[in-house]
Structure formats: C-alpha cells, structure tokens
Design a protein around this ligand. Structure first.
Ligand code: URA
Length: 216
C-alpha cells in the first residue's frame, strides 16, 4: 500500500471547494459540519449528514445529498436508495462496514408540499460551498479508490464535462494518484420507469461495483 501523504495534499477533485477544507480529524469535522451555516441549506434541514465508515477505509463512495430519511436519521444512505445500494453492494461482494460512505452535499434540500418534503437538487453554488467537507473527508481518509454515485458526485470528482452514461465503470487516475470510477446513483435505478430498464441499470451498477472492488 502506498505511503500516506500528510504534506503537499492534492485534492482528488476536479471541482475544488469554494473555501479550503476545514482542519481536524473525522470526529471533529463531523461536529463542525453539524454546526455549518456556510450556505442557507442548514436552516430547514434537521441536521447535517456527515460521512460514515472507517477513517482508514481504502474505498470511498460519494453520493449526492441526503434525502428525507437521511435527514431524519443523520446517516448517509439510510432510506430507499440506501436499501438498493445495500443490495447492490451485497451482490458485488462489498462490505458496507469497510467503506467510507458520504455525500457531495451534507444537508437535505427540499420543497414542502403538504405533509411531504420533495427533494430538490442543491445549486452549483451550494455544492461548491459544501465541498469543503468532502475535501476534508478525502484528506482525512485518503482512500485509494473513489466511487462517484451519480452525476453530481461525478462532476465534483471528474469535472463538468464528465459524461456518466458513456464512462461509468471506467477507471480514471485522479490528482494525487487515487483511482476513481463513476456509476449510476441508486436513486436513478429506482427512478427508471420500466421494469426491464430498471433491471438493466441495476445489473450495470453491480457490474461497476464489482470492477470497483477489483474483481474483474
Ligand atoms: N441519495 C444520496 O445521494 N445520498 C444519500 O445519503 C441518500 C440518497
């Protein structure tokens, strides 16, 4: 395993955060992120949802932003997308406990509609402001492999021109030497309207996860 870098840190991100990554170990960062008011998203969310997993995880999975369940429970991928991700991880023989799982944006953004809270995508500005926390997690964990789930995380890691449809499942060498890959977001699998299309996307997600694990 290559030696960990503690100086000359290079972000394995094509889109840099709007401000430098806060300092501190993961527990400190989690506490500070919970008190983050750097953009307006904190106002209506229940709590910031910070990443979870071993501080020395070799693999990091980056989702988009917390949904309704994650906002309430304070954990990433705790709702329906997380259940699908768990099934896909099991099918790819990856153990969730050994992964560091996080999101590009840490607060739930939504539009109230009666009793429901309809998911809204964080703006490019909100994503850039929040990226300081992802950058700090990357600096602390220093994963050797990074998997971006969906378009928002793919853009942060590989840049605005990255096309998930054409390039999912492909290894890319990132600044600093980590290896990156992108795949479908579990929510995109769930949103695919027809059963055959859904099954196809799910199979592709599992195939990409297997490649990410190094099985193929
Ligand atoms: N979607 C995400 O991208 N992340 C979560 O934690 C939940 C749903």
């Amino acid at each position: 395993m290559p030696a960990r870098r503690t100086v000359d840190w290079v972000y394995p991100l094509a889109l840099l955060p709007a401000s430098p990554a806060p300092a501190g170990a993961l527990a400190t960062l989690r506490r500070r992120a919970k008190a983050c008011h750097a953009c307006p998203l904190w106002e209506h969310a229940t709590q910031a949802v910070f990443g979870e997993g071993p501080a020395d995880a070799e693999m990091m999975l980056i989702g988009e932003q917390p949904g309704d369940q994650e906002d309430q429970q304070g954990e990433p991928f705790a709702g329906p997308a997380g259940q699908l991700l768990d099934r896909a991880l099991a099918d790819a023989q990856l153990q969730r406990e050994r992964l560091y799982l996080t999101n590009a944006v840490k607060h739930f953004k939504f539009q109230p509609r009666g009793k429901r809270r309809l998911h809204q995508r964080a703006s490019a500005r909100e994503q850039a402001i929040c990226r300081q926390w992802l950058a700090a997690e990357l600096r602390e964990v220093q994963p050797r492999r990074i998997l971006a789930l969906g378009a928002m995380a793919s853009r942060a890691v590989f840049g605005g021109k990255f096309r998930l449809t054409a390039r999912h499942g492909e290894w890319v060498t990132l600044p600093g030497g980590a290896m990156g890959m992108a795949t479908w977001h579990p929510s995109a699998v769930l949103r695919t309207p027809d059963a055959a299309g859904r099954e196809q996307r799910y199979r592709e997600l599992v195939a990409d996860l297997r490649r990410f694990r190094g099985a193929v």
